[in-house]
Design a protein around this ligand. Sequence first.
Ligand SMILES: [Cu+2]
Length: 275
Amino acid sequence: MLVLKRLAAAAVALVAGSGAVLAGIGQPSPWQLGLQQSATPVMDNIVWFHDLLLWIISVIALFVLALLVIIMVRFNARANPIPSKTTHNTLLEVAWTLVPVIILVTIAVPSFKLLFLQQTIPPADVTVKATGKQWYWSYSYPDSKFEFDSLMLKDNERKADQPRLLAVDNEMVVPVNKVVRVQVIGAEVIHAFAVPSFGIKIDAIPGRLNETWFKATREGVYYGQCSELCGKDHAYMPIAVRVVSDRDYAAWLDQAKKKYAGSDTPSATTLAAAR
Ligand SMILES: [Cu+2]
């Protein structure tokens, strides 16, 4: 019964769009079918675009289904023994060419807008360089000249409220409502840096510095995972981003500078500053 109820709720959430009804903040939740709750303007756009597409494809699927049913019922050999010999219908042909064109343009316009929103990195307040390694992430803050490793917590190291396979020892910390530029690179093989709530996913490729950005509009901890198969512990190199107030960020930065003093490698900062 509970299963049915949850499935029904999940279906409602999916149809209603965002799936936010079931999704926890910054992490997946049991029985979740929709997307994780958005925490950035880019993800807001992705959710909106997803919902738009869902409506369009639903209408198309139902329309095609209706046509099939009508044809099966009205034009089978028994109901319609003498078939029509029609070969052309100009109006129909123009319609079934124009309507798909209009639908595709309707999809293309917001699609390109979204693409440009993702690709155009606004002036950054904070820059963080994430390096994918086998099998953990390192974060370097080139403006403050420190770097640290972020490793997944094992079951016996986790606090009760920390999610399994997602919580890490040292989270990446950023201020709320600030543009964060994320530079992403792979140390030895290809990884991918992905945080669903932020709507970002970008490959971490050795020798190539990729860039993306996000502006988290809500405080909290947001989890992601390496999203490019990178070896045996690919599933165990989560990403945890803690979004805090400006004051908390300043305080964290102060102690991080001391804690990780002298940790930045020349290669890390030169790569990040090269831009
Ligand atoms: Cu991986």
